[in-house]
Design a binder for this molecule. Structure first.
Ligand code: FMN
Length: 221
């Protein structure tokens, strides 16, 4: 709030802040603090695979815990809409998404990175800091598409899709399976102008298709 936010507030960007806590009370505290900040929405990260201690992923994999946490954060966030970011691997995504919706979330986003591992065979050691970590980028796109498809079928609130979006064609796939919007993560680490190129590509594609917007592109399945 002291360092990252002030330069962003000077732009015309819509600002969403992604938060994570070790306990529901920590999420509540963050939501209360951010309810007073010049931001447009909060995103609860209940799906981080990079924490050694309890928190993050452990909330997202338990529908009741996730719903209770969402309810607390939504109340504390006041009039700021709350997006809940779900994990990629859960046994019952439909019921998790429905519970989060009933708990007052304004949107759902998914997927977070996929718990994964990489090994340095010469050092005979894990390549990642806490042995395991999160896989992101193109390899997770098919998994993300399926999860966005399932979540969008389960809830009425908008679903924001992400996972391996590097091109406008990738973004269109997410929109066609039911995403109301998309997020770009890893692609920005490769090319910070990726979102601008994707927006431009979408515009050109719409023109070629003789369409004026991205509505009504959902697959008929
Ligand atoms: C370096 C890195 C840092 C990330 N940090 C966060 C984070 O702080 N909070 C969060 O919810 N997700 C975080 N993620 C997950 C991404 O937001 C995203 O859900 C995931 O990587 C899949 O999208 P992508 O393939 O476009 O990156 C991070 C991913 C990467 C690669």
């Amino acid at each position: 709030m002291k360092e990252a936010l002030p330069p962003l507030v000077k732009t015309s960007a819509v600002i969403g802040v992604n938060v994570i806590g070790k306990t529901p009370e920590e999420y509540e505290l963050l939501a209360r603090r951010l309810s007073q900040a010049p931001i447009h929405f909060l995103e609860l990260n209940v799906s981080c695979p990079n924490l050694k201690s309890k928190g993050g992923l452990s909330f997202g994999s338990d529908p009741d815990a996730c719903a209770a946490l969402t309810e607390k954060a939504v109340k504390a966030a006041g009039d700021k809409p709350v997006m809940v970011k779900l994990p990629p691997l859960v046994s019952d995504l439909t019921s998790l998404a429905k519970k989060v919706e009933s708990a007052g979330a304004s949107f759902i986003s998914l997927i977070n990175s996929v718990p994964a591992m990489a090994v340095d065979i010469n050092k005979r050691a894990p390549k990642l800091g806490i042995a395991t970590g999160g896989l992101s980028g193109p390899p997770i796109k098919p998994l993300a598409l399926r999860q966005v498809f399932m979540a969008a079928k389960a809830v009425k609130i908008p679903v924001v899709g992400l996972g391996g979006i590097f091109s406008y064609q990738d973004a269109l796939e997410f929109i066609m399976v039911g995403a109301a919007a998309v997020q770009i993560g890893t692609a920005i680490l490769v090319d910070p102008t990726a979102p601008l190129k994707i927006i431009e590509g979408l515009g050109q594609w719409l023109k070629k298709q003789k369409l004026t917007n991205l509505k009504n592109l959902k697959l008929d399945i």
